[in-house]
Design a binder for this molecule. Structure first.
Ligand code: NDP
Length: 302
C-alpha cells in the first residue's frame, strides 16, 4: 500500500513510517520542507493528491513548543497548522480521481471535559467547553469528506492521550529533570493522565489504514488512542521515578504551571480525563505496552 503522511517527519510520523516500511508499504511525507520521499503542502495544492491507498494527517504546531510564549499568535498557529493542513488533504482526497481507501486524522482527547470521575469512550457525547476542545471540534470537522467520496473512503479519527516515547512528545522534556531527581507530580497529582506508547499509537494508525471490510459509513469512525490502563499523574510520576531509580519529591503546583504555560494549555497536564479505548479494544487491537511499567521500561531502557 502507498501511504501519504501529512506531518510524517515528526515524532509520531517517524514511528509510523518505520512501522509501515517494515510491513512493506511505501510512504510519502507531506512537509513544509522539500526533500527525498517528501512533497510539500504547496505541491499537494498545485498537483493534487499523489497516487495512494491510505492518507494520514499528523501535522500541527507543537502544543508544548518550549521556544514559544503562550500568546494569540501561538494559539492561531495551533489552529491553522492543524485545520489548514487537514482541509488541504481532505480537499485533495475529494478532488482525486482515485481517492485512497482510508483517510486517518490523529486529533486528541482534549475534546473530553476533564473530570476525576467521568469515564469517556468513543461514544461519549461532547460539546466544546474550552480552547483546546474547540480546536478538536474544528479540526475533526475539517477532515470530513463529501458524502459521495465517503462511500469509497473510510474516514477515521484517532484521539490520542499524551504520546510517550523517547524521541519526542512529553517524555523528551521530562526525562532530564526526572534523571536529575527534580521530578514530581504536576498540580494535585490526582488528575487522570491518559497516555499511549508511541509504538502502540503507530500500530493503531496502521490498523486504521487497512482497507475497509464493509462499505464505508459517511461519518467518521472514532478510536481513542490511549492505553487501556487508567492512571493518574501521581501514578505516572511515581512509576517514572521508580524505573529511573530517582526520587520524585518536587511537586509543581497548579498555579506555577498556569503561570509558566498559560492556564488554557497547562490544563492538559494539571487536569485530565479517564479515557477508555473501548472501540480500539473491540476492533481487536493488541497493545504492546498496555501498562505504564512496560511502557516506561521500554522508553527508559532504549
Ligand atoms: P510533532 O510536534 O512532531 O509535529 C508533526 C509535524 O507537524 C512536524 O514534523 C512538522 O512537519 C509539522 N508542523 C509543525 N509545525 C507546523 C506548522 N506550524 N504548520 C504546518 N506543519 C507543522 O507532532 P507529533 O508527531 O508529536 O504529533 C502528531 C499529531 O498528534 C499532532 O497533530 C498532535 O497534535 C497530535 N497529538 C500528539 C500528542 C503527543 O503527545 N505528541 C498527543 C495528542 C495528540 P514539517 O516540519 O515536516 O512540516
Amino acid at each position: 500500500m502507498r501511504v501519504l503522511i501529512g506531518g510524517g517527519s515528526g515524532f509520531v510520523g517517524r514511528e509510523l513510517t518505520r512501522l509501515l516500511r517494515d510491513k512493506g508499504h511505501e510512504v510519502t511525507v507531506i512537509s513544509r520542507q522539500p526533500g527525498p520521499g517528501k512533497i510539500t503542502w504547496g505541491e499537494l495544492e498545485s498537483s493534487g493528491l499523489p497516487p495512494c491507498e491510505g492518507a494520514v494527517n499528523l501535522a500541527g504546531e507543537n502544543l508544548m513548543n518550549p521556544l514559544r510564549w503562550w500568546n494569540e499568535s501561538y494559539k492561531k498557529d495551533l489552529f491553522s497548522s492543524r485545520i489548514d493542513t487537514t482541509k488541504a488533504l481532505a480537499q485533495a482526497i475529494a478532488a482525486s480521481p482515485s481517492p485512497p481507501h482510508s483517510w486517518v486524522l490523529v486529533s486528541g482527547v482534549a475534546c473530553y471535559q476533564p473530570s476525576l470521575t467521568a469515564k469517556y469512550t468513543e461514544d461519549s457525547q461532547w460539546t466544546p467547553f474550552d480552547l483546546l476542545s474547540k480546536l478538536v471540534k474544528e479540526w475533526e470537522a475539517s477532515a470530513l469528506l463529501p458524502e459521495t467520496v465517503a462511500q469509497n473512503t473510510k474516514q477515521v479519527v484517532i484521539r490520542p492521550g499524551a504520546v510517550l516515547g523517547r524521541d519526542g512528545g512529553a517524555m523528551k522534556q521530562m526525562l532530564l529533570p526526572f534523571w536529575l531527581g527534580l521530578g514530581g507530580t504536576l498540580g494535585s497529582g490526582s488528575q487522570p493522565f491518559p497516555w499511549i506508547h508511541v509504538s502502540d499509537l503507530a500500530g493503531i494508525i496502521a490498523h486504521a489504514l487497512e482497507p475497509p471490510t464493509d462499505t464505508p459509513s459517511p461519518s467518521q469512525q472514532v478510536f481513542n488512542g490511549v492505553a487501556p490502563a487508567l492512571n493518574t499523574n501521581y501514578e505516572f510520576t511515581k512509576e517514572l521515578g521508580r524505573v529511573l531509580r530517582r526520587p520524585t519529591i518536587f511537586p509543581v503546583p497548579g498555579f506555577v504551571m498556569n503561570a509558566l504555560m498559560g492556564s488554557e494549555r497547562a490544563v492538559v497536564l494539571t487536569q485530565g480525563q479517564k479515557v477508555v479505548p473501548q472501540r480500539t479494544l473491540e476492533a481487536g487491537f493488541q497493545y504492546k505496552y498496555p501498562d505504564l511499567s512496560s511502557a516506561l521500561k521500554e522508553i527508559v531502557g532504549s
